[in-house]
Design a protein around this ligand. Sequence first.
Ligand SMILES: C[S@@+](CC[C@H](N)C(=O)[O-])C[C@H]1O[C@@H](n2cnc3c(N)ncnc32)[C@H](O)[C@@H]1O
Length: 279
Amino acid sequence: MKYIQAVFECDPNTEVVRDILADALAKTGFESFLSSDNGLDAFAPFPSYSKESVERIINDFIIPANIQYTVRELEDRNWNEEWEKNYFEPIVIGNSCIIYSSFHHPQGEYRYRILIDPKMAFGTGHHQTTSLVLEQLLTMELLDKSVLDMGCGTGVLAILASMRGARRVTAIDIDDWAYENALENIRLNGIHSINVYQGGAELLGAETYEVILANINKNILLQDIPVYSSVLNKDGLLITSGFYEEDIPEILKICETNNLTFIGFSEKDHWVCMCCRKI
Ligand SMILES: C[S@@+](CC[C@H](N)C(=O)[O-])C[C@H]1O[C@@H](n2cnc3c(N)ncnc32)[C@H](O)[C@@H]1O
């Protein structure tokens, strides 16, 4: 899997412009963002996006303002190493959880220490949606629960669920890099209670769960929530993320038509983590 990188030059003092730009790009399918001294780097997945289609999106919708940018195709391996070494800093979630990589040596007392070598997969805890779901997991009763992590990325949510006592955890991702990376991270953390599969909702049906985590995106959620609900036990919880506050009514509607009742939501920079209970 390759990425298309768009590098925008913005005045480092105008953080607001950077935020507005990242927000607009996220709505057109850019998946990750890095603030740099000179502006913003944004990444869109190939082949869903090509250099040409990214340039078209930027020209048509994003940049009526005069912001300079360049677009390039990024090779997997170079990008991994560059990103991993230069950008991933340890992150503390709540008071009890730290996520770090093998080249960090974090000090401090944390009950949950999660070692993640992210490679190409999403899920270091830095993205608002990941941290929102991790925060939610820290407040939930997970002891002896069966948990499904759909769109597991690095496996970080599955790993925390397992560390918090979940009895059986299934982690699924459609992307082959994420699948391999989740396996690797689960092994690095010495966990044996997580099964990892590559695929999507078509894999579901054989087992049911007490908690389902799905930090994916609005369109996949709208499509797959009926399937998630069908494998969620009565009174089970569905935790969704990967969408914006403005999308809540649409996501909620599909939840409610699938026997899922609204419990609450948390929000960070307009990203949402929503919790529903199966009735
Ligand atoms: C936003 S990332 C979340 C990763 C991680 N769970 C986290 O919270 O940081 C979404 C993940 O969902 C995966 N994905 C996309 N479509 C999917 C689908 N239909 N079924 C399962 N996984 C999917 C992507 O490959 C990606 O790894």
